[in-house]
Design a binder for this molecule. Structure first.
Ligand code: SF4
Length: 233
């Protein structure tokens, strides 16, 4: 399995588990290329987002047992498996989540939601944090939104849906997507885009009112508030 980094104990900074003490396992590679991606070091080998990262430096081959050993030192009950896009390494992700679940951890998997979760993974995972990308990411909805996959996540009853929004128009678009798919508003978190405190605050002011009016929840970016988005937190 290609692992980018393992760190913790820290806190989950986003989504429904915000503020919870957790260990993080960040897997390498991604199947999208968001212009505001804050973990381009997991996938950007060409420099399209501004910095050209070296996969030899950035990715480390590890088996699930080695990852579990690293997590065991943290004294956490919640492990967040994130990326990159963890579903790019689906077999390895499933083995990792199953191993962690059998050790008694709660396992939260973050994903862009383009790939339906297989049954063995659903069994192992406590929560899916699904974040479908809007055009503010620099990509077309026809690429980022796969309705069948999102419906499959919804059917697990373990999924929350987190949309990165910059303005009221993004919230409106989120409402349209969720309406089409039958995703209840109570399962939706609107999160302001931003890799700095100033950017997060600005977008939060723009999206909070419209999101609440639609019945959505709001996600902070607590790790950005605390550490300014510094890597490894
Ligand atoms: S899906 Fe996530 S990891 Fe991949 S480019 Fe977008 S923000 Fe970055």
């Amino acid at each position: 399995m290609k692992v980018s980094e393992i760190f913790g104990p820290t806190i989950q900074g986003e989504g429904p588990s915000t503020g919870r003490r957790a260990g993080f396992v960040r897997l390498g590679r991604c199947d999208l290329a968001c212009r505001w991606c804050d973990t381009a070091y997991t996938w950007d080998w060409s420099g399209r987002n501004g910095v050209r990262y070296d996969p030899v430096q950035e990715l480390h081959d590890m088996g699930p047992d080695k990852v579990a050993e690293a997590v065991a030192d943290m004294g956490v009950s919640l492990v967040v498996v994130t990326g990159g896009e963890p579903f790019v390494q689906l077999d390895e992700l499933t083995d990792l989540a199953s191993g962690l679940a059998s050790e008694g951890y709660e396992v939260e998997v973050e994903t862009n939601g383009r790939h339906a979760p297989p049954a063995r993974l659903v069994l192992a995972v406590t929560t899916f944090n699904v974040s479908p990308k809007l055009p503010n990411s620099g990509q077309e909805l026809s690429v980022t939104i796969r309705q069948e996959a999102l419906r499959a996540f919804l059917a697990t009853e373990k999924a929350y849906f987190k949309f990165v929004c910059c303005d009221a128009a993004d919230v409106e678009l989120t409402a349209g997507i969720c309406g089409n798919l039958g995703i209840p508003a109570s399962r939706v978190w609107v999160m302001p885009e931003g890799r700095s405190r100033v950017a997060v605050q600005g977008h939060l002011q723009a999206v909070a009112g419209p999101a609440i009016a639609k019945g959505f929840n709001i996600s902070a970016r607590l790790h950005v508030d605390i550490w300014g988005g510094r890597r490894g937190h």
